[in-house]
Design a protein around this ligand. Structure first.
Ligand SMILES: [Zn+2]
Length: 354
């Protein structure tokens, strides 16, 4: 009596292993899902179609729909969701963020299971419950649903371009600054944190930051990265918001996407902004620097032709991206400090060729 509990939705299965894509049929069958809609990312049917269909057929899973959806428009996706046959039990998204978000939103609208099958690690979207869609031409994060199952084949992830792996690293390390921003909001009376969400998010980054590896394409490293990214989606679910995994570093990336001259992949921008913000926050900058150095992230982003002005503008525009939040960048003194760090830190100077 008088006791309050919190309930959340978690995936029924998470299969992160070598060859997992060829086992998709048995994972679905084990979970009673035998009538599915299949969505592949652009041109991915050629690459993975046969492998997936063979496995589904071998397990008597019926494919009611098989296509490469090509729109991020919320209206197009709504039409697509209601064109799925009534007996569809699950919608499967195989590919990058765009097709996974499409499957996620269709599953949400139709109240059926959605299965997330990322083919690269570029961000934590494959495990999050929200989808990034276009509403009247503008990109918005809309509520959707948690994956019923997550299937990631490390052989497939390994064959994706290296920039996606670096992007995944960037979108992972940011949990350090994001959590500190959330704590900062709470300390200033703008938010209430959740201890379990913080614990899960912190454990996810600590576990990957502490392991030894020779190369980021090591099986062991990729598995850890995927597991950690998957845990982040669960931290958000516990929090009921993206606060545990998205703070000031994400505001910088969103602002660059919106106003920048040379935007690049989400996770790469987030990784650079995380390093910057760890110095501004004066919190765990050694850990962030060490992890991004060891993984080769800094060397990789230094090969991109990035524009420091995009970052300066993004710092100024950050508070307006999410005016209802109160991260470090919502205070002028820290925006000033961030701009100073951009021009004075040796690693950042190298990245921006200053
Ligand atoms: Zn992110």
């Amino acid at each position: 009596m008088g006791m309050t509990t919190t309930s959340i939705t978690i995936p029924a299965f998470i299969k992160i292993e070598k060859g997992a894509l060829s086992e998709i049929g048995s994972y679905l069958k084990e979970n009673g899902l035998t009538k599915v809609a299949l969505f592949f990312g652009d041109n991915l049917t050629d690459m993975f179609g046969e492998r997936v269909l063979k496995s589904l057929e071998a397990n008597d899973v019926e494919v009611l729909m098989n296509m490469e959806p090509d729109s991020s428009n919320i209206e197009d996706i709504t039409d697509l969701a209601f064109s799925m046959p009534n007996e569809t039990q699950a919608v499967i998204g195989i590919g990058g963020g765009k097709v996974i978000d499409t499957a996620k939103y269709c599953g949400f609208l139709r109240k059926i299971a959605y299965i997330s099958v990322p083919t690269s690690t570029s961000n934590d979207g494959f495990s999050s419950a929200s989808a990034s869609l276009l509403i009247k031409g503008k990109r918005k994060s809309v509520p959707a649903k948690m994956a019923f199952g997550i299937i990631a084949d490390t052989d497939v992830i390994k064959s994706a371009p290296l920039r996606f792996l670096h992007a995944g690293i960037g979108d992972m390390v940011c949990k350090i600054t994001a959590n500190y921003d959330w704590q900062f909001e709470a300390d200033n009376g703008y938010a209430t944190t959740n201890d379990v969400a913080i614990m899960v998010a912190k454990k996810s980054i600590n576990s990957i930051a502490r392991i030894q590896f020779d190369s980021i394409t090591d099986e062991w490293f990729m598995k850890e990265l995927l597991n950690s990214l998957a845990m982040c989606g669960i931290a958000n679910e516990i929090a009921g918001s993206s606060a545990p995994t998205s703070g000031s570093e994400h505001l910088i990336s969103h602002a660059i996407d919106q106003y920048g001259k040379k935007p690049t992949i989400h996770g790469l921008q987030v990784g650079i902004a995380t390093y910057l913000m760890s110095i501004v926050q004066d919190h765990r900058q050694d850990r962030v620097r060490d992890f991004l150095t060891r993984t080769g992230f800094f060397d990789f982003v230094a090969t991109l032709d990035l524009d420091v002005q995009d970052y300066i503008d993004a710092i100024d525009k950050a508070p307006a991206i999410k005016p209802f939040r109160h991260t470090y960048l919502h205070e002028e003194q820290y925006r000033e400090k961030a701009k100073e760090v951009l021009f004075n830190d040796d690693i950042l100077k190298k990245i921006f060729k200053l």
